[in-house]
Design a protein around this ligand. Structure first.
Ligand SMILES: NCCC[C@H](NC(=O)CCC(=O)O)C(=O)O
Length: 421
């Protein structure tokens, strides 16, 4: 059994649009009502997956969900043509692209029963995301049907759960038992808190985690209030490294001490607020990075790489700090900027677009595992069928709805996944 970290990216769906649906998400608000480019968006995501394969990383993907979500609208007593524009936009959202919010994942070495556990996130804080979970659950049950996994339905209402975006795992290596850190919000000032501690505690119970290696940590109110609606906007972990902003956690010193008490070998790289302000961190998304271990023999000199959005390179304070960090003798040796601007404009960086699953790739349904050839097939379908551009006023047009349906069906056909209705 070879346990490896596999990054599953959400393929950016054909209905990708900027409807400004996420209060507390600065980018979503700033770009509200502008035109989006679904085709370019999806191609950017595919290019990121190609680049990760080139780094020697294991890569998977999830299909876009069926949009508009007619079942959800029916449960609200309406249908797409009759619904008001807000419900139409919420039903049409391509938000399942942000796979970090699909589920929380606890790899097998962390669980008392030796299975890899996944709990689908209920995403109940935002209407347009609250109806993702049935489609996501169906997909995870298919991809992870092997008995190496256990897929759990979401935590019940009213406890909000946003999945892996509020979850950090530290370990000596991916296949060793880890320390799992659940980050929750208390108050977000003017913005909603999305992750509730009761939900985090329930997930830890479902996953049969060892309480001695599980922490529940409050996110700083200032971070949520500045636009860090998920903790992965201000912190990321990989193996023994925690990379975070000074204002990520409500009580940083206590948090670091609690981590060190369980895992003395942890390396905490904290970015000081006087060098990178919270506003710069949120605008550049330097922490919404994929912090990955380059497989031995494949890397420039081994070590870890930080896959950052190009927005981080464009910010002088952020890029200056990052360049100095990689020149030092630390664990992060390489910066890899990737262009995911279409997703970034809705508040989703490289880390939001992926769900990390530590598992034996042989136990995953192979239809969800990426190869360069399969990514080319996906890119081909996208180039032929994804709408080029759409403004929020156009998402209810019958022609657009038909194009969205056709595009997704073409992709499911090409990947032999038509059973995902
Ligand atoms: N992890 C990143 C999630 C980004 C996501 N954006 C959105 O849903 C924007 C949708 C819109 O405004 O059309 C969110 O805020 O949950």
């Amino acid at each position: 059994m070879m346990l490896t970290e596999i990054n599953f990216d959400g393929i950016i769906g054909p209905s990708h649009n900027y409807a400004g649906l996420s209060p507390g998400n600065v980018a979503s608000a700033n770009n509200a009502r502008t035109a989006s480019q679904p085709r370019e968006a999806a191609l950017q995501g595919i290019a990121k997956m190609h680049a990760n394969l080139d780094l020697g990383l294991a890569q998977g993907f999830f299909m876009p969900l069926d949009r508009p979500d007619d079942r959800w609208l029916a449960s609200l007593g309406t249908n797409f043509p009759d619904a008001d524009p807000y419900l139409q936009a919420a039903a049409m959202s391509a938000s399942s692209m942000w796979a970090a919010n699909a589920a929380t994942v606890s790899p097998a070495p962390d669980s008392a029963d030796g299975k890899c556990h996944l709990t689908v996130a209920n995403l109940q804080a935002m209407a347009h995301r609250s109806h993702e979970w049935p489609g996501t659950l169906a997909q995870l049950k298919l991809a992870f049907a092997h008995d190496a996994f256990q897929v759990h339905p979401p935590v019940p209402s009213p406890f909000g759960d946003e999945g892996a975006a509020n979850h950090l795992r530290l370990c000596s290596s991916h296949d060793a038992p880890g320390l799992e850190i659940f980050v929750y919000g208390i108050t977000g000032g003017k913005y909603p808190v999305r992750q509730h501690i009761e939900a985090s505690r329930a997930v830890a119970r479902y996953h049969r985690l060892d309480p001695a290696r599980t922490l529940f940590v409050a996110q700083a109110d200032a971070a949520i209030g500045s636009g860090a609606f998920h903790n992965d906007v201000v912190a990321v972990a990989n193996e023994n490294v925690l990379f975070c902003h000074q204002l990520a956690f409500a009580d940083p010193e206590l948090t670091y001490a609690a981590i060190r008490a369980i895992m003395p070998e942890v390396e905490i790289i904290e970015v000081p607020r006087n060098i990178v302000s919270l506003d710069d961190a949120i605008a550049s998304y330097l922490f919404n990075a994929q912090l990955v271990t380059i497989p031995a023999g494949d890397g420039p000199d081994g070590g870890m790489a930080l896959i950052v959005p190009t927005e981080a390179r464009d910010n002088a304070a952020v890029w200056g700090w990052l360049e100095e960090m990689v020149r030092g003798n630390g664990p992060i040796r390489k910066l890899v900027p990737v262009d995911v601007r279409q997703s970034m404009a809705n508040g989703g960086g490289p880390a939001c677009l992926r769900l990390r699953v530590v598992a034996d790739p042989a136990t995953v349904d192979p239809r969800f595992i990426a190869t360069p050839e399969k990514l080319d097939t996906i890119a081909d379908v996208v180039a032929k069928t994804w709408p080029q551009s759409v403004s929020p006023d156009e998402i209810a047009e019958p022609g657009f709805v038909a194009a969205v349906h056709q595009a997704r069906s073409a992709l499911l056909d090409a990947l032999d996944l038509s059973e995902l209705v």
